[in-house]
Design a binder for this molecule. Structure first.
Ligand SMILES: [Cu+2]
Length: 113
C-alpha cells in the first residue's frame, strides 16, 4: 500500500497545470456536494467586463468555502443587470453558486465598500 501514497500526490501535481488556466474543476464542489444553490462569497478585482455577454474576468482572493485558491478567471453572471454598477478596476464582493452543469455563476456582485 505504500506505493499508493506516492502515486496520488504525483497525479495531483501532474493535474495542476491543466487546471491552472482559468477554471477550478471541482473536487471541492463534489466534497461540498449537497446544496445546488449554496452561495459562496468572494472578493476580487474586475479585470474585464462584457455586459452584453454577461461575463466578467476577476482576480479573486481565495474562496474558503470552496477550497479555491486565489486566481484570475472568467465568470458568467446569472443576470446581466447586476453588472450595471460594476466597472473595470473595481474591487468587488461577489457570490457564486454552482449550476447543474458544474460551472459557477455570479449571482451577486457589488463594489466593495
Ligand atoms: Cu478561480
Amino acid at each position: 500500500m505504500k506505493k499508493v501514497s506516492y502515486i496520488l500526490p504525483a497525479l495531483a501535481l501532474l493535474g495542476l497545470p491543466a487546471y491552472a488556466g482559468n477554471t477550478h474543476d471541482h473536487m471541492a464542489g463534489m466534497v461540498m456536494g449537497t446544496a445546488q444553490a449554496q452561495a459562496h462569497k468572494g472578493q476580487g478585482i474586475v479585470n474585464k467586463l462584457d455586459v452584453l455577454a454577461g461575463s466578467v474576468n476577476l482576480t479573486h482572493d481565495p474562496i474558503k468555502s470552496l477550497g479555491w485558491s486565489g486566481m484570475t478567471m472568467d465568470f458568467k453572471v446569472k443576470n446581466k443587470a447586476i453588472l450595471d454598477k460594476i466597472k473595470t478596476g473595481t474591487k468587488v464582493d461577489f457570490e457564486i453558486t454552482k449550476e447543474p452543469d458544474g460551472t459557477f455563476v455570479i449571482t451577486r456582485i457589488t463594489p466593495t465598500k
